[in-house]
Design a protein around this ligand. Structure first.
Ligand code: ADP
Ligand code: MG
Length: 698
């Protein structure tokens, strides 16, 4: 069943003429331009396959800057002129589409009257069939560009960044003479996706969840995640049935899902695929999120991909496992057993360290959103300070390199014991660190600060670009030092000299301690690492000259393309917070206040009736007075949110800063009044399902 709805390599080899396959391979593997004749043959074959499998329509599937996916379906059929239909799908239908670009965010790249945009077939990401009720659609992964050729999507920059990294990584391999048979280096990603499930009926009773995917109110339930009994716990039957169907659907379209389990918070789960080439992983990640959303209602569930649907319990992230690999299958971040002798690995490792230190601001910026703001820095997700966890084995080797030629690779005792039967274990020397935003985990880095609802395309574009730059700088130095007469001894001494300097200059970004410890903030500031608590500051990073130049130099994004992304991010931030604030006001006024007044009337009637019966009810009277006080606070706090929100500012940065400070504060104040009311208003009068119901319903 795996991949049965994918127009895979296996299928292409079976169905396409040999020379077409060869030509397509050259495009995919070596990046050679696509031969138009080849496109025609591929289109015809793809069409036949799609129709045999029930497809009636095709779509160019793309990822505009909304952060979501987009599709416009066209029928494969047209009248044949004699009462029947014929199926049409030409090479140009496959290669190029022209959706109206005017309604997608362009961040100033295009004025709305300039509507032309093109989708271009990405032959490196396999086409697949999307099945729904009564419909099967052939989905062709594409990149989306404007008429002027500027990237209007998240995929094109990702592809460009992979190309940049490949070119620089190959230079390193050439230096070490390990490039034999290698035509390209690509990055690999395996994103672990966390999400919540809530009962769909309860979901419909919560306008905040419905509109914002997060609860804007909700008192802390007596049982949250204190007992930590949910993590890796038995998966409830309804949830397991749901997960199995999600997996089945994903297998069909070729998404290699591997892991499923309960996460830390009640009602929270995780799904993780096997890693793939970054751009395919990124496409598949979008398919995965959509599949989770689509399947959940069939089980009476609603999936929440938001980073923080509930206050007081953990939020959701997406651990972006990342590495570099040759097309011959060598993982360049695999330290091997005798790591201290593996100079090539140390070069790639140090290139990453240098990149993360120099461009921590960009990485921080790449994961910023109104939703992720709730997680970062809270004691559950990595802090908003970017640092690297290496573990004791690598830290020790780097310390040795600083002094000279490294002599040993530390191994943990128990790991040695396990090593005889479990060959992978010695590589995991040193413990894990769950608090680091960027952790080395055996043979890859895990960028843990990515938000659960975010596309992984942009964080990976940044990662690839900054590492490409470091590889470039290191390769240039090494090439110069080694010269034409390359001897192993010369290479070794050149590598040691370069690594030594990189370590000395960039080791400040390495931190193996507890990133949740408040002392780390002070320590990070002392080390000169960027500590960016607020989102506005993080958005501003994209304006920095060094960053504009970086993306331009490696042909990933022009300055205007980069700035357009910044504008879109800020605008989205402001809009999301505005929607949340307005939603809060609406719920407070039209749901909470009426319930509170009803409760008030009930207590007042009780006081009157008790008085009339001649019985003293001083404490009820007192609690009534107190309650009336809360209701009046509710009115005031609601008005305060409304007022804060009414603020207009022509400057997007100032507007975002206002939203992030004044509006957020007013929202927090209103929430605390409402959450208190929830604990005192009669339960049958409370207008929304509570956290207890939302979190613990299985
Ligand atoms: P861990 O337990 O250290 O998180 P796993 O083997 O469970 O490691 O992998 C977690 C995720 O990391 C999976 O999605 C997996 O596919 C991905 N992963 C493993 N190796 C690599 C690699 N070389 N490049 C990118 N991702 C990888
Ligand atoms: Mg992991």
């Amino acid at each position: 069943m795996f991949g049965s709805d994918v127009f895979s390599w296996r299928l292409m080899r079976q169905r396409l003429p040999k020379d077409v396959v060869k030509s397509l391979m050259r495009t995919i593997e070596r990046g050679e331009a696509l031969d138009p004749k080849v496109a025609g043959v591929v289109a015809a074959t793809m069409k036949d396959w799609a129709i045999e499998n029930g497809a009636t329509h095709f779509t160019h599937w793309f990822q505009p800057l909304t952060g979501l996916t987009a599709e416009k379906h066209d029928s494969l059929m047209s009248p044949d002129g004699s009462g029947g239909v014929m199926f049409n799908f030409s090479g140009s239908d496959l290669v190029q589409g022209e959706p109206d670009a005017s309604s997608f965010p362009s961040g100033g790249l295009r004025a709305t009257f300039e509507a032309r945009g093109y989708t271009a077939w990405d032959p490196t990401s396999p086409a697949f069939l999307m099945r729904g009720e009564n419909n099967v659609t052939l989905c062709i992964p594409t990149a989306f560009v404007s008429w002027t050729g500027e990237a209007l999507d998240t995929k094109l920059p990702l592809l460009r960044s992979m190309q940049a990294l490949s070119e620089q990584a190959l230079r390193i391999l050439r230096l070490f003479g390990t490039d034999t048979g290698v035509s390209r280096v690509f990055t690999t990603v395996g994103p672990e996706q966390e999400y919540f499930l809530v009962d769909r009926e309860l979901y419909y009773d919560r306008p905040d969840l419905l509109t914002c995917e997060r609860t804007l109110f909700g008192a802390k339930p007596p049982k949250g995640q204190q007992l930590e009994d949910h993590y890796f716990g038995t998966i409830p039957p309804r949830v397991l049935a749901f997960m199995s169907e999600v997996e089945r659907e994903l297998y069909r379209v070729g998404v290699p899902v591997k892991t499923r389990h309960n996460e830390v918070a009640p009602g929270q789960y995780e799904i993780a695929p096997l890693f793939e080439e970054s751009h395919i992983a990124s496409d598949h990640q979008m398919v995965l999120m959509e599949t989770i959303k689509r399947v959940a209602p069939r089980y009476g569930l609603q999936a929440l991909l938001h980073e923080k649907p509930f206050a007081g319990v953990n939020g959701s992230g997406k651990h972006n496992n990342w590495s570099m690999s040759t097309d011959t299958g060598v993982n360049l971040l695999d330290p091997q057993d005798e790591t201290h002798t593996n100079m090539q690995f140390l070069v790639f490792l140090c290139a990453v360290i240098r990149a993360v230190d120099l461009h921590a601001d960009l990485l921080r910026s790449a994961i910023t959103s109104a939703a992720n703001e709730h997680r970062l820095g809270a004691n559950e997700a990595p802090p908003a300070i970017i640092s690297i966890f290496l573990g004791s084995m690598l830290s020790d080797i780097l310390a040795q390199v600083e002094k000279g030629l490294p002599k040993r690779t530390i191994r943990g005792g128990t790991l040695d014991l396990g090593a005889r039967s479990l060959p992978q274990l010695p590589r995991h020397s040193g413990d894990r660190n769950r608090t680091s935003p960027f952790a080395f985990t055996g043979n890859k880095f895990e960028f843990r600060a990515v938000g659960s609802s975010a596309s992984i395309a942009w964080p990976n574009t940044v990662l690839n670009t900054i590492v490409a730059e470091s590889l470039d700088v290191i390769a240039t130095e090494l090439e110069r030092a080694v010269g034409k007469t390359r001897t192993p001894a010369r290479l070794q001494s050149a590598v040691l000299a370069v690594l030594k300097r990189v370590i000395r200059d960039h080791k400040r970004v390495i931190f193996d301690g507890d990133n949740y410890n408040p002392e780390w903030h002070a320590e990070a500031a002392r080390r000169g690492l960027p500590v960016m608590a607020d989102s506005t500051e993080a958005f501003r990073v994209m304006k920095a000259k060094k960053n504009g130049e970086l993306f331009r130099k490696y042909n990933v994004l022009s300055r205007t393309e980069l700035e357009s992304r910044m504008h879109i991010a800020i605008e989205k931030y402001v809009k999301q917070l505005t929607i949340e604030a307005e939603m809060m006001v609406s719920i407070a006024r039209s749901m909470v206040l009426p319930a509170a007044l009803q409760h008030q009337a009930l207590v007042a009637e009780t006081v009157a009736a008790t008085d009339a019966a001649g019985v003293d009810c001083a404490d009820t009277r007192e609690s009534l007075a107190e309650f009336v006080g809360h209701v009046s606070e509710l009115r005031k706090a609601t008005a305060a949110v409304e007022q804060a929100c009414a603020h207009e500012d022509g400057d997007p940065f100032r507007h975002a800063a206002h939203m992030g400070s004044s509006v957020r504060q007013a929202m927090a104040d209103l929430r605390s009044v409402v959450d208190h009311l929830e604990t005192v208003v009669a339960a049958d009068l409370w207008p929304m399902p509570t956290y207890r119901e939302l979190l613990h319903l299985k």
